[in-house]
Structure formats: structure tokens, C-alpha cells
Design a binder for this molecule. Sequence first.
Ligand code: MN
Length: 250
Amino acid sequence: MKRRSFIKQAPFAASASFAVVSCMTASAKKVKNSSLSNNKNSKTIMAFELPALSYATTALEPHVDAKTMEIHHGKHHAAYVTNLNAAVTADANAQGKSLEELIANISKFAPAIRNNGGGHWNHSMFWQIMGPNGGGEPKGEIGAAITNTFGSLDNFKKEFSQAGMTRFGSGWAWLSVGADKKLFISSTPNQDNPLMDIADKKGTPVLGLDVWEHAYYLHYQNRRADYVAAFFNVINWDEVNRRYKAAIGG
Ligand code: MN
């Protein structure tokens, strides 16, 4: 099914599958060219959209508070989307490309596309790998792979937390699948991610933790360690496992 026909058939969809599609693929919107005055000369440009959350902003409390969720999703992520659309509009080479295409070749684009395209991709993933009734022990393939790679879940938590804690300033901690299909932990500055061609350690992220202050300051203030510890209570391991299986199978 083509993207545009899918949108027409499901304009009000709030399902997880719709969120995945809508955030990762630009949707076509008829936008009137401001330099022209009639509809005959309007042109179609591609616009990225803020994906809806698949749970209430209160759903991750007390670990992630509702106010932080509201601002983080509704203001911060929304701004990345708005600014990405503006940056793509200003760059003919970026137009018509998927978010993944932009990110895989990010060194060829302006910093505004790197920062806001990364911001859009990273947050779209972040909302999905968290969820109500999250946490606990990962089951399935990802659970086995974590034990095999890191020795134990506790040791994985320790190493992943370390990646988040030692990221100076703003950035992300990641659990990714490398080209060798093995899991590895890394961190990136700002809104970079392991999918970017400029990443030190490249791979496909299956879990990511936002350690920007905007992700935790309202509730945890300067206590990043408390926020990182609480994150393990809201991880949606089913989604992480889904992403892991896709990464090793693809
Ligand atoms: Mn953020």
C-alpha cells in the first residue's frame, strides 16, 4: 500500500502501527507556495509529522512525570519536527527523502537537518521503547542476547547506565545491533545516533535513553542517576525485542 493512500484510509488512526509509519516517513501535504497566488501553482512538498503517543502522559508515572511527558513530546519533539520541515524545505537535496535516508547520509546535510532529523528519529523511538507496565526482565531473543553479551541483566544495566552518566552535556545512551549482528552499548552527543554516517560506533539502535536535561530536570533536577535508574522501570521490552529481531534478521 502506498503511503498516501494509507493516510487517506486511516486519517484518525492512533494505533502503534500508524505512529511508526507517520513518524518515519514523510507524508505528502499540499502546501501553497507562498510566492504564488493560486492553487493551480501550488506544489506538493513532503512534511514530517509528530507521532501521537500510544499511552497517556500520566502512564509512566512516577518514573517519568506527566508534565515532563507533555513538554518533552508536545514541545521539544514537536519543535524538532517543525524545524526539520523548515530545514528540508530550504534544501532541495533533502526533499523527498525518508528520515532514514537523511540520517544514513547525514554528513551531506546541514547541521539543522542533523540536529532536528536526529531529534525526530530519536524521540519517535524513545516513546515506543517505553510504556506502562514496563520494566522487569526482558524476555525472548533480546533477553537471551543481553545475557550472552553482557553476562547478566544487572551488568547490562550497569554498563548502559554508565554510558548515560558519562555523556557530558546533552545526548543519548544506546543499545544497538552492529554489522556483526552483536549488541553493543554506546552514547552520542546532542541528537546524533548510531544510524548516522558520522557516528563513532555504527549500528541499529534497539533501545535509547535521552539524557538531555529536558528529559528529567522538572522531576529529578540535577539527579541524572535517579532518572537513569528509574528508566529501567518503564522499558517496553516487547518493543525492544521487536526491534532486535528486525535488526538481526534484516
Ligand atoms: Mn529529548
